[in-house]
Design a protein around this ligand. Structure first.
Ligand code: C2E
Ligand code: MG
Ligand code: MG
Ligand code: MG
Length: 278
């Protein structure tokens, strides 16, 4: 009897594993199709100076629809794209397209706005990465000092030496570096001081804790202090309420990004927000 039971369990387990694999294969196919058929697009989320309330710049975020026009969320396609290596095509498409668009914005506004783009670990450690970025800068005539590359701490688990080397090369061509989702990964003070970073992005999970507990608030205060001691600017991600913003301003967070002041938006809405006609 118990043997039978076991068999049932085993086969159910196998079946659900197969389902997951099949789902991922389908999603992988959907991602490939989306890339091929131009169902990939990007949105831009504004970042603001906490004190002056002026726009600092925008973060470009990948978006995708399947062949039926259904929206696929980044939390489902990004992990699969990372596993399959498709993330490199996605990153490159988002970087090039957002640079082409934002170059026009810079020409019209003549403002010192930043464009931030996300780079997956796999991509950063890829051999051709630096040349690709350099080529896109050359092609678009985009000012390197207004391009910011967002990386996560996981790059340092994969390969600290290679990652630092690539980041230094990026700095040399004039591009800025932001450390994304700070505090959620492999944070260590000893590596922070070795990194050529310009901006620390405090992860939303910390911002969520801000109003919930004394310790939540202390963590954020500590992260901001560390950032400033290291001479980084600090931006808070996922700011949704005025109360959070008030505390963040009092704690000295230089910038903020969040639904409170701006959701990720289509390029045409960026044009509206900036009050220009492009
Ligand atoms: P991220 O780089 O940390 O981007 C911030 C995420 O927080 C975005 O989610 C943004 O829409 C969301 N967000 C911003 N403000 C708020 C807020 O006030 N409330 C809430 N609830 N959410 C907020 P999104 O667009 O779903 O992207 C998720 C993640 O996917 C990104 O996190 C990034 O790690 C990755 N990703 C997105 N586009 C790309 C890309 O082109 N390349 C790579 N490699 N990764 C990307
Ligand atoms: Mg990011
Ligand atoms: Mg983040
Ligand atoms: Mg993230």
């Amino acid at each position: 009897h118990s043997k039978n039971n076991n068999n049932v369990n085993i086969s159910m387990y196998n079946r659900s594993m197969t389902d997951t694999i099949e789902n991922n294969v389908t999603l992988e196919q959907k991602i490939r199709t989306a890339i091929e058929e131009n169902n990939l697009y990007f949105v831009l989320q504004p970042q603001y100076n906490t004190k002056t309330k002026k726009i600092r710049g925008f973060e470009a975020l990948a978006r995708m629809k399947d062949e039926f026009g259904n929206y696929i969320s980044p939390s489902s396609f990004i992990p699969v794209a990372e596993k399959t290596g498709l993330i490199i095509s996605i990153d490159n498409w988002v970087i090039r397209s957002s640079m082409i668009f934002f170059k026009k914005i810079l020409e019209i506004t003549k403002e010192n706005l930043m464009l931030s783009v996300n780079i997956s670990v796999l991509h950063l450690l890829n051999k051709g990465f630096l040349d690709e970025i350099q080529q896109m800068l050359d092609e678009t005539g985009f000012p390197p000092s207004q391009l910011e590359i967002e990386i996560t701490e996981s790059v340092f688990i994969s390969s600290m030496t290679k990652a630092i080397e690539t980041l230094n090369d990026l700095k040399e061509i004039g591009v800025c570096i932001a450390l994304d989702d700070f505090g959620t990964g492999y944070s260590s003070l000893s590596y922070l001081s070795k990194l050529p970073i310009d901006l620390l992005k405090i992860d939303k999970s910390f911002i969520d804790e801000l109003l919930l507990s004394e310790s939540g608030r202390n963590y954020v205060a500590a992260i901001i202090s560390i950032g400033h001691i290291m001479n980084f600017s600090v931006i808070s991600e996922g700011v949704e309420s005025q109360k959070q913003l008030d505390i963040l301003a009092s704690l000295g967070s230089d910038y903020m990004q969040g639904y409170l002041w701006g959701k990720p938006m289509l390029p045409k809405d960026v044009v509206k927000l900036l009050g220009i006609s492009a």
